[in-house]
Design a protein around this ligand. Structure first.
Ligand SMILES: [Fe+2]
Length: 275
């Protein structure tokens, strides 16, 4: 198991919990002028970061789809934006990412691509759910086995898993074509792991928060365009980009809030038929 301690427990803002900022799906381009369905993604990502800076958190998780065009520049732009947060950041890939470029241009002195990170009594697992073939995800047997080994051998009291793809369906048929294909098997394994308290993902560009037995399941809004919940065909929401804060307590409980940008600065093209 690859475990990288990135933060000393004595440095936590509150000794009874670790607070994580979850950012997801910035979909950055190679140039700051480019837009995704009418939304300038460099601007929306930086606006989300500006908003996050008014909160207190100990570390950041970026749960994939960093790039929209697989360009080196998009990853470097992401690194520049994240540097403004000045917090250790764990990144994992989404279906829009190219892992080699992500590692070369985004991972650095304060941005980590590591399998497991231990903070404040919690083992944080950064799963790669990408397949390299389709927009959908699949963990597969070997990555699932490795995840279970890491959970069972963890020295931490509690475990939280992050991945890009949704292991439960959203209710939008077009989007659920690209969910985590072995999501049911994934959750069936986690049901047997009492230390696992939470799973969080991106990909769906909308907020989700539900309970599955002892496990909290959560999706964070994207840092750019938002998908309309419960739409059977592709549709965009007028909700603004946002982020999630996760408070992981020493007793294994989780508190969380989603924040969205005020105003209406980032409205996507209402006539868009897909992306
Ligand atoms: Fe995305």
């Amino acid at each position: 198991m690859l475990v990288i301690p990135i933060i000393d427990d004595n440095l936590l803002a509150n000794s009874d919990r670790v607070t994580l900022l979850q950012l997801t799906d910035p979909h950055l381009f190679d140039q700051p002028s480019k837009t995704l369905l009418g939304v300038n993604t460099w601007d929306s990502f930086n606006a989300v970061i500006d908003a996050a800076l008014s909160h207190t958190f100990d570390a950041v998780v970026l749960s994939g789809d960093v790039s929209q065009d697989y360009s080196s520049q998009s990853y470097r732009a992401c690194a520049d934006a994240l540097a403004r947060l000045n917090k250790p950041t764990m990144v994992l890939p989404g279906n829009h990412d190219e892992l080699v470029k992500l590692r070369e241009h985004l991972v650095g002195s304060n941005v980590f691509h590591s399998e497991v990170v231990n903070i404040g009594g919690w083992g944080l697992h950064m799963l790669d759910s990408t397949t390299g073939e389709s927009p959908g995800g699949r963990l597969g047997s070997s990555r699932t086995r490795r995840m279970l080994d890491n959970i069972q051998s963890s020295t931490q009291d509690w475990q939280m898993l992050f991945l890009h793809h949704n292991p439960v369906k959203t209710g939008s048929a077009w989007l659920d074509n690209h969910w985590l294909a072995d999501g049911q098997e994934f959750l069936a394994e986690l049901e047997k792991q009492p230390k696992v308290r939470g799973v969080a993902w991106g990909h769906v560009h909308q907020e989700m928060d539900l309970a599955h037995q002892h496990i909290r399941l959560m999706a964070s809004p994207a840092c750019c365009i938002q998908f309309l919940p419960n739409s059977q065909t592709f549709a965009l929401d007028t909700l603004q980009p946002g982020f999630r804060l996760l408070h992981l307590y020493r007793d294994g409980s989780i508190e969380t809030q989603v924040y969205r940008l005020p105003g209406q600065a980032f409205i996507a093209d209402p006539d868009a038929q897909g992306y």
